[in-house]
Design a protein around this ligand. Structure first.
Ligand SMILES: Cc1cc2nc3c(=O)[nH]c(=O)nc-3n(C[C@H](O)[C@H](O)[C@H](O)COP(=O)(O)OP(=O)(O)OC[C@H]3O[C@@H](n4cnc5c(N)ncnc54)[C@H](O)[C@@H]3O)c2cc1C
Length: 470
């Protein structure tokens, strides 16, 4: 006899959204979280009077995307999202708006004129070739760059590649740049995927499969998008910080959901090829369905899986990030804007002065800024931290005199990075009664938006499998 209808392993945003939505379909749910707090990468906490988030966050596709759909259908109340604002590029000369289309790029005088001309030609050529089927689009961005560009231009393209895929221009496909037409983080438009199932037959997918699936549908709209950038996607920052998204999910949770923290799932139990529950140090919990939201890569540690499936999971590519939060004793003029900025010269960061969105995140008159870097997991973390901190000092001279609080976070931002031929798991692994959710299960968009897409896929699969009523 099962203790619960469904057990959700992991209490990050994917696991909690799964628990909320499944319970609203009349099921009893147990969430097991290994840490002492729920939220995973979607939370905020206090450091010396400043409220830092788990990484710098801008939530995308808020107007009609997957998170909006879940909020409208399942939340008791919606978190308040404030407009993200503009993206800027910082150089020694100050801030310049990041170009969001080819027209703006032509006048983007941060890069040499000759380079801008050659790059826009290369971009237009690649887009035309992809559009007319002359190019698949899964070649590295680097292969499409004309020769003889300046070091700054290579650094700029690298920074854009990192912000779109978490990887360098040699590991990011030209498709990712083309379909991230506005050169910023909101990489794939939601209309492309409307009502399109993520998975049909296979248990894992390569990012390139999905890209080619949507190419046909979006060819012509993307040409006009690149030329005019008429489509604007809503990006926002939650008032009250990232934890207000988590709080809205928790507040909406019905009483039929039980959450146990400090409970690491060590084994997913199966009998006769069907999952029947999970085991933790504190005991065994039975359920007719288990939803796993930890790293898909770690699934083979918990349950026996077919060798070819295990092999696929081992190819999931991840990125390591470092966020440095600085609490400043006063508001700095050079960070007097709402939005975020990138630095690209001799290293890259993405930064957001979040207390400009919500002054409540810093003590009165003070400022809180988060700087996120992609770091090399093969290098010494302490030396990576030092290098990153030095880059901030180079980009914002004088900031060192204002620093009251410094806080470092080293995290894996998404469980799978969108790299060339990178692997993703899909919602149904090859074991009955087991489902997967999270940012390694769906390759659409990024971060929380991607997590929300994976939960919509979960609901679709569970309805198809008659585990939930339609
Ligand atoms: C620096 C940084 C910047 C980011 N920027 C953005 C952004 O701008 N926009 C955006 O939308 N997103 C962004 N993200 C990504 C976003 O935060 C994540 O995609 C999202 O929070 C992932 O949620 P998740 O539930 O899938 O995974 P996680 O948050 O990793 O949650 C998984 C949970 O499962 C638990 N768990 C794992 N294994 C077990 C087990 N065996 N037993 C019990 N519990 C287990 C973990 O402890 C964890 O709590 C960023 C993340 C970082 C770190």
């Amino acid at each position: 006899m099962a203790d619960y209808d469904v057990i959700v392993v992991g209490g990050g945003i994917s696991g909690l959204l799964s628990a909320l939505t499944i319970s609203r379909h009349g099921k009893s749910v147990l969430v097991l979280e290994k840490d002492s707090m729920v939220g995973g990468n979607c939370n905020s906490y206090n450091v010396d009077g400043f409220q830092v988030d788990t990484g710098v966050h801008a939530i995308t596709h808020l107007r009609e995307g997957p998170l909006r759909r879940l909020i409208d259908e399942y939340f008791t109340y919606s978190p308040v999202f404030m407009d993200h604002g503009d993206y800027y590029v910082r150089t020694e000369k100050g801030l310049t708006k990041l170009p969001s289309n080819i027209k703006e790029f032509v006048t983007f005088d941060i890069l040499p004129r000759k380079d801008r001309f050659m790059l826009s030609q290369a971009l237009t050529r690649a887009l035309t070739q992809v559009t007319f089927g002359m190019l698949e689009g899964n070649q590295p961005v680097y292969d499409h760059l004309p020769g003889g560009l300046s070091a700054d231009t290579y650094d700029f393209v690298d920074a854009v590649a990192y912000s779109l895929s978490g990887k360098s221009m040699k590991e990011t496909s030209i498709n990712r740049i083309l379909y991230g037409g506005s050169f910023v983080r909101d990489s794939i438009s939601e209309d492309i995927f409307e009502d399109e199932p993520q998975e049909s037959t296979s248990y894992t997918s390569r990012i390139t499969d999905t890209l080619s699936r949507y190419q046909l549908k979006s060819h012509f709209s993307n040409i006009s998008r690149l030329a005019t950038n008429k489509i604007a996607y809503a990006q926002g920052y939650p008032r009250g910080g990232l934890k207000s998204v988590l709080n809205a999910v928790l507040y909406s949770m019905p009483k039929t959901v039980q959450i146990k923290t400090g409970s690491r799932v060590k084994k997913i139990i199966s009998e006769g090829g069907k999952v029947t529950g999970v085991a933790t140090d504190k005991g065994v919990f039975k359920a007719s369905t288990v939803v796993y939201s930890g790293f898909a890569k770690a699934l083979p540690d918990l349950i026996d899986l077919p060798p070819d499936y295990k092999e696929n999971l081992s190819h999931i590519d991840q990125t390591l990030s470092l966020t440095i939060w600085l609490g400043l004793s006063e508001k700095l003029k050079m960070f007097d804007y709402t939005g975020s900025e990138i630095w690209f010269k001799g290293g890259a960061y993405w930064a957001m002065p979040v207390s400009n969105h919500d002054p409540g995140l810093a003590p009165a008159g003070k400022q809180l800024i988060g700087f996120t870097f992609i770091i090399d997991d093969k290098k010494n973390i302490e030396s990576e931290k030092k290098r990153a901190f030095e880059l901030i000092l180079r980009a914002a001279p004088g900031i060192e005199n204002m620093i009251e609080m410094t806080h470092y976070q080293v995290t894996i931002p998404e469980k799978a990075a969108v790299t060339i031929n990178g692997y993703f798991a899909t919602v149904r692994p090859p074991v009955e009664n087991l489902y997967l959710v999270g940012t390694d299960v769906d390759n659409r968009s990024m971060g929380v938006t991607r997590a929300a897409y994976s939960v919509l896929e979960l609901l679709r699969a569970m309805k198809e499998d008659k585990k939930l009523l339609p």
